[in-house]
Design a protein around this ligand. Structure first.
Ligand code: GUN
Length: 305
């Protein structure tokens, strides 16, 4: 291994520590406690795990957590009415509607009903437009976490060649905008990109967000490049044995062939323990930022784009 390991777990703990310190100061000096409302519709087990984790970490940094669990058959009208109430609630500074929503609900309609100033996911069309035009926005949490780790490793990103693999609205597109904002030369690659290994080979920064296990090969990486692996893929791991019911155990891997890439890259994030823990840490940072903005207070340093 020649690459520096970028420890997202430790970095996320540092971010949460900064948030907690700022929250404590806000409470003492202003009597304000930031609050995050999380709305979960239905009983998807993975979403329930995420929502529980968000609530726990929100309380741990000293903020108020408001959880709204609604049945899967909730009507659009009832969900929009709840969002309206949260938009009007002075104690709620951030609103997150957990995705995916049940199929009968229009995700775009619901997300765009959130007050953009409280849209801590950065998914509202106004925030997408603000980010795209280089204005102050709420920024999606996963790309914000990637940007923080890259800034920490490189100092300045100015002039570096960055390749983002993946063009999703949640990761790829906002990641490209953030890297442009830091004066990188940005290429957005995807499943139809020609000569992808050659494109990746030119990059000083590679952000992999394709959702395919071990898609990015070690010999695609330029020696010394920084590799940020956003992928979370579960693959069979027969070496770990079987469960009692006979099914083979599994393990989590990223979109990058870590074992090969770590001997070429200058820095690399592992999976698990890389980008993953940064997402909720950035959600907490965004909630604090939203609270400071609405009260006209100084924003926390190092926690925004
Ligand atoms: N579901 C999985 N990840 C996310 C996320 O970052 N935000 C929301 N709202 N839903 C999700």
């Amino acid at each position: 291994m020649t690459a520096t390991l970028i420890d997202g777990k430790a970095f996320a703990a540092t971010v949460r520590g900064k948030v907690a310190t700022h929250v404590a100061r806000l409470k003492e000096a202003q009597g304000i406690t930031p609050g995050l409302a999380v709305v979960l519709v239905g009983d998807d087990p993975a979403s329930e795990v995420y929502v529980r984790s968000k609530g726990k970490q929100t309380v741990e940094v000293g903020m108020n957590s408001y959880e709204h669990k609604l049945p899967a058959e909730t009507s659009e009208e009832d969900l929009l009415a709840l969002i309206e109430r949260l938009n009007a609630d002075k104690d709620v500074h951030g609103i997150l509607v957990q995705l995916p929503l049940p199929a009968h609900l229009d995700e775009a309609l619901v997300i765009n009903a959130i007050n953009p100033a409280k849209d801590v996911d950065g998914f509202h069309i106004s925030n997408v437009g603000l980010l795209g035009t280089g204005q102050k926005a709420m920024v999606p949490c996963t790309p914000l976490g990637c940007l923080m780790m890259l800034r920490d490793h490189h100092g300045s990103l100015s002039g570096l060649n960055a390749v983002v693999i993946g063009r999703s609205n949640i990761v790829g597109k906002p990641m490209a905008q953030l890297l442009l904002g830091d004066s990188c030369t940005v290429t957005v690659a995807h499943s139809r990109t020609k000569d992808l290994p050659e494109v990746v080979k030119r990059a000083d920064i590679v952000v992999a967000a394709v959702g395919r296990a071990h898609f990015v090969q070690g010999d695609w990486i330029k020696p010394g490049a920084s590799v940020i692996d956003v992928g979370i893929n579960r693959i069979p791991a027969p070496e770990k044995g079987s469960h009692e019911d006979g099914s083979v155990k599994t393990r989590l891997v990223g979109d990058v062939d870590f074992e090969a890439a770590k001997d070429v890259a200058g820095a690399i994030t592992p999976v698990p323990g890389g980008v993953g823990p940064m997402t909720i840490a950035c959600l907490l940072a965004n909630t604090l930022t939203a609270c400071c903005r609405v009260h006209g207070l100084a924003e926390p340093e190092g926690l925004t784009a």
